[in-house]
Design a protein around this ligand. Structure first.
Ligand SMILES: O=C(O)c1cc(=O)[nH]c(=O)n1[C@@H]1O[C@H](COP(=O)(O)O)[C@@H](O)[C@H]1O
Length: 280
C-alpha cells in the first residue's frame, strides 16, 4: 500500500486531518519519567496508544531522538506504531537535503532503517537531492515550501527574477512539486498554519499534492483558517490530503501522570475542530 493510500485510509477511518507530532523532550515529561531519556519510547508509545484512533498520521521529529542518543528508541517506537495503529502512516520529520550520493544514505535511513512511510526534505539543493527518495516506490516526500517560522520569509518569500512570472521562491517550489519534480505522485509540500494566505496560494498552485501543515497549537496557527485555506473536498480524490500537525500542545497537554489522557482530549478537540472546519 502506498503512503497516499495509507493517508487516505487513515483520514477516512479516523475521520481526521490531525497529525500527532512526536517531539519528545524528557525535561517536559511527567514527574515519574522527567529527565530520563531512556523513557522516550515509553512516553511516545503512551501518546500513540491514546491517539491511535484520532490521527491521520504520526510525525516523529528525528532530532528529539538523536539529541538523546535515542535512535534505537525511535526504531522501537515505529515498530510500536505498526502494531498499535497499523493503518496510520508514519512521516519521519528529518528535513534532509544533500547531494545525491549522501541523499541515498538518508533515504536508506528513513525508509529501510526506520521504515517510515514518508519523510520531510529541504528542496534547496535541487531535484538530484530529492530523487533518491523517489526511487522508493509508494513512499512519500514532503518538500519544505512555506515554513511556519517567521524566518521563512528570509528566502521563501523572495522573488525569483529570471523565472517566468517572477514567482516567490515558495510559489516556485509549489509549482515544481505539482509538476515536473513529481514524477510518480510521491511529493507533498510543507506549509505553515501560521501563514493562511500563503497556504491558500500553495493550494491553488499545487491542488493535488498532500499538504503537511504544522503550526497549530503551540505556534498559534488558526486551525479553522488553515482548513479553509487548504481543504478542497475529497469527492473525486483529485485534491491532495490535508495533514495538520500539532506536537507540543498534545504531548504536554498535562505535565502530570494523566498526560496520555490529556493528550487524547487535546487531540480529540483539535481533530474535531479541523473536521468541522471542512464545512461538509
Ligand atoms: O516539517 C515540519 O514538520 C515543520 C515545518 C515547519 O515549517 N514548521 C514546523 O514547526 N515543523 C515541525 O513541526 C513541529 C511543530 O511542533 P509544535 O509547534 O510543537 O506543534 C516541529 O517538529 C517542527 O520541527
Amino acid at each position: 500500500m502506498t503512503f497516499l493510500d495509507m493517508l487516505r485510509g487513515a483520514e477516512q477511518r479516523n475521520a481526521s486531518l490531525l497529525c500527532v507530532g512526536l517531539d519528545p523532550d524528557p525535561a517536559r515529561f511527567p514527574a515519574t519519567l522527567r529527565g530520563d531519556a531512556s523513557r522516550i519510547h515509553d512516553f511516545c508509545a503512551a501518546i500513540v496508544d491514546a491517539t491511535a484512533d484520532l490521527a491521520i498520521a504520526f510525525k516523529p521529529q528525528i532530532a528529539y531522538f538523536a539529541a538523546h542518543r535515542a535512535e534505537d528508541q525511535l526504531e522501537r517506537l515505529i515498530g510500536h506504531i505498526r502494531r498499535a495503529a497499523p493503518h496510520v502512516p508514519v512521516i519521519l520529520d528529518a528535513k534532509r537535503g544533500d547531494i545525491g550520493s549522501t541523499a541515498e544514505q538518508y533515504a536508506v535511513e528513513a525508509f529501510e532503517r526506520y521504515g517510515a512511510d514518508a519523510v520531510t526534505l529541504s528542496p534547496f539543493m535541487g531535484f538530484d537531492s530529492v530523487e533518491p527518495y523517489l526511487r522508493y516506490e509508494g513512499k512519500g516526500a514532503f518538500l519544505l515550501c512555506r515554513t511556519s517560522n517567521p524566518g521563512g520569509d528570509d528566502l521563501q518569500n523572495q522573488r525569483l527574477a529570471g523565472v517566468e512570472g517572477e514567482p516567490r521562491l515558495y510559489e516556485h517550489v509549489a509549482g515544481l512539486a505539482q509538476g515536473p519534480w513529481n514524477r510518480n505522485g510521491q511529493l507533498g509540500l510543507v506549509v505553515g498554519a501560521t501563514y493562511p494566505s500563503e497556504l491558500e496560494r500553495v493550494r491553488a498552485l499545487a491542488p493535488s499534492v498532500p499538504l503537511l501543515i504544522p503550526g497549530v497549537g503551540a505556534q498559534g496557527g488558526d486551525a479553522v483558517a488553515t482548513v479553509r485555506a487548504a481543504w478542497r473536498g475529497d469527492a473525486a480524490q483529485t485534491t491532495g490530503p490535508v495533514v495538520v500537525s500539532s506536537s507540543r500542545a498534545i504531548l504536554y497537554a498535562s505535565a502530570g501522570e494523566d498526560f496520555a489522557a490529556a493528550a487524547r482530549r487535546e487531540a480529540q478537540r483539535t481533530r474535531d475542530v479541523l473536521h468541522a472546519a471542512r464545512g461538509v
